[in-house]
Design a protein around this ligand. Sequence first.
Ligand code: GLY
Length: 562
Amino acid sequence: MKFTNYLLAFLLISIGFQNPSFSQTYGKNGMVVSDHYLASEVGVEILKKGGNAVDATVATAFALAVTHPEAGNIGGGGFIVLMKSDGEVTTFDFREKAPLGASPSMFLDENGKIKDNSNHSGLLSVGVPGTVAGLYQAHQKYGKLPWKDLVNPAIKLAKKGFPMSWGLYRAATRLAGGNESWDIMRDYFRGADGEIVAPGELWKQAALAKTLQEIRDHGRDGFYKGKVAEEIESYMKANGGIITKADLERYEAVERRPVKSTFNDFEIFSMPPPSSGGVALIEMMNLMEAADISKVEFNSTAYVHLVAEAMRRAFADRAEFLGDPDFNPEMPVDKLISKEFAKARFKTLDLTKASKSDSSRYGQLYGGDHTTHFSVVDKDGNAISMTYTLENSYGVKMGSSKLGFIFNNEMGDFNPIPGVTTSTGLIGSDPNLVAPEKRMLSSMTPTIVAKDGKPYLVIGSPGGRTIINTVFQTVLNVLVYDMRIDRAIEAMKIHHQWLPDQITYERNLLSPDTRKALEQMGHTLRPTTNLGVLMGITYDAALGVYVGAADSSSEDGAARAY
Ligand code: GLY
């Protein structure tokens, strides 16, 4: 081999090690897989310093708020599923809440129509953020290292800067010249010279660093009280928002019991309401068990039909029954996730013909698809699956430039018009109508699958309502089709959500023959480029090693191992 070839091979290997890649990473002592390689590195450094999975999660989440601002956040909310090394599983719910001044008709004009898209844009669409409270509560209860050590790496990244990537630069150019109301976005990505920071140059966020310092020094109160809370209230008042200091002070994260079930020899733990993710995932896994999916070939017509019909049914139940448990104490969660319910359901399913979604009842369009998920394991066998979000990419694209972070537009996840459900996707059912201090229904599905009482698969994804289905299919890929984690993440995915009554499929991954056969069964098909941005870890018991992979559709994502 010529010297230049050696050099090229060396460069490629180096790039492979440093950059996000579509391949597996192995770690004996722990692993972090996230949407940004620097955030994964921050998490792994915490593990190396003796931190546990909770510590690494807190540090990774704050780092993502700096390096992956389209969804990594302190202005939004999310969920943690934690499996401790003793096998006990718990969850933290830090979903945003509707402000005290909210009401079921707050987005409507005098004709009962949604006014100016106000459930998705402008400050009425902002829910009271939960991320800082959730991370703080998880750390207070299960963390090992001092809180400040977990916030400091994010402060350093914000203050000293980190290299602008091409993916971030593309978003920066799009957002800087966008809608006039996107106040914080105008200067967000600009350097001292007033220009958008170029790819490869360091992007610094001085205001965000100061806000993070308040959080480092005062914990939860650094966000929900004091200087930061004052500035949030005055920014809201000046720009048409309704979140006040009282909303912030009253916000509490909640530790909740996971929803759980079995699938053959595996145990599945996922997020309960106010996320619909865990319930829908378990409903579909139970249906797959009742149908004995292992006899159905992956990617065949029978496979797509069965999986789509399971999705149709789970999404209809989601729309009809699920909402914030604190406001809906009668939700039939136990029934929906029971094996008997799945068996009865299986009997309603024709294996040769598509069912019809009844448009006079329930369904909903996609919703925001710019959430972010990361998975963490440590050397003691603690595992965390965490998904958090601003709803849309860069949330509402508004915020105080004195604070340097972007607010969510999560209020769009509530049902906006009481009583109005349409075939185009609007839902008006009661469980998820707006009410003061209520949490809006989510689709986030942070999930841990266990085998013999130990974490076997730690998985999750962004993608609005598609989250539930991409996690579902990845779990099937690993548990039923024995795929390695990277292949399971990259494999063909479909999405059906009851209404609109159609199967969305990843273009180029479903054969023309299969599509034709599905259409003959009565399915409507719609191509899309990509479904899901999954971040997963599996455990290889034979080697005694964790194996992780980041979805290749994540521009900067990577697995980092210890
Ligand atoms: N905002 C996306 C979700 O919570 O499902």
